[in-house]
Write a protein that binds this ligand. Structure first.
Ligand code: G1P
Length: 255
């Protein structure tokens, strides 16, 4: 598939975002033994709230959480806590502090990833809800602070160039093996570079660059078909990076 015509009035807007939140958080143990890593507080908010705020700022309407066992508190965080609000009301407390946790009824959808089989598999679990439209992905443990937010900038870029976009970050060479790494191609603009290759968790000496996939994606729905039946990759898991690598040539990826 080639890049969509930039001036095409047919480009579908980015309305949906997938948040893979089924992971067991083993890297944060023991803090995450009894609470999901997405609920760890950073200053005054749980981690997941930052990603949801970033999504809202970017115009995302529907939030799709790919969850698993022990993760219900994430969904409860975005539900109305009736007793709490009633009590606060009775005591004359300001309820606006809860506003970031309010989601329009019907706009939070959860799907279950029953077995941890990798990020690619988690995204694929959301296929029926994503349907046939381009969508965003947020890896909430990558905390992005910025004005404007990372996804808002990506949506603006998407509206210009279409296709598939991923955010990348420059890291010291000794860290590349912990991430997905891109092979950069031609520079498209100040902030956009073509991606000509992607590899998940390469050895340092085999990494095509020190530009790592930093946890924000805008992808075409075709990725779901690419993920279908995909073989396991790095770490014995079904990798989103491998699916994107397979899509290069049939569609263009930029950052
Ligand atoms: C995932 C992705 C990887 C990306 C990273 C960012 O890896 O597979 O490409 O660079 O998130 O945090 P994970 O952290 O799940 O091992």
């Amino acid at each position: 598939m080639s890049v969509s015509n930039p001036s095409s009035p047919l480009r579908k807007p980015i309305r949906k975002a997938v948040f893979p939140v089924a992971g067991m958080g083993t890297r944060f143990l023991p803090a995450t033994k009894a609470i999901p890593k997405e609920m760890l507080p950073i200053i005054d908010r749980p981690l997941i709230q930052y990603a949801v705020d970033e999504a809202r700022e970017a115009g995302i309407e529907q939030l799709i959480f790919v969850t698993g066992r022990g993760k219900t508190s994430i969904v409860e965080h975005f539900d109305t806590a009736f007793e709490l609000e009633r009590t606060m009301n009775d005591r004359g407390k300001d309820l606006s502090i809860l506003d970031p946790t309010r989601i329009l009824p019907g706009n939070l959808v959860t799907v279950r990833q029953q077995v941890p089989m990798g990020l690619g598999h988690a995204i694929w679990c959301a296929r029926a809800i994503v349907g046939d439209e381009p969508f965003a992905i947020f890896l909430p443990d990558e905390l992005m602070i910025g004005t404007p937010g990372c996804m808002k900038e990506m949506v603006e870029a998407y509206n210009e160039v279409g296709g598939n976009l991923i955010s990348v970050l420059e890291v010291p060479e000794e860290e590349v093996s912990s991430y997905g790494v891109i092979a950069p191609g031609a520079r498209v603009s100040d902030k956009l570079t073509e991606v000509i290759g992607l590899v998940e968790k390469p050895k340092r000496e085999e990494a095509p660059s020190n530009l790592i996939i930093s946890g924000r994606y805008i992808l075409q729905p075709e990725v779901m078909r690419t993920l279908e039946g995909q073989e396991k990759g790095a770490g014995g898991e079904i990798q989103l990076t491998d699916a994107m690598a397979r899509m290069i040539g049939s569609s263009r990826s930029t950052r």
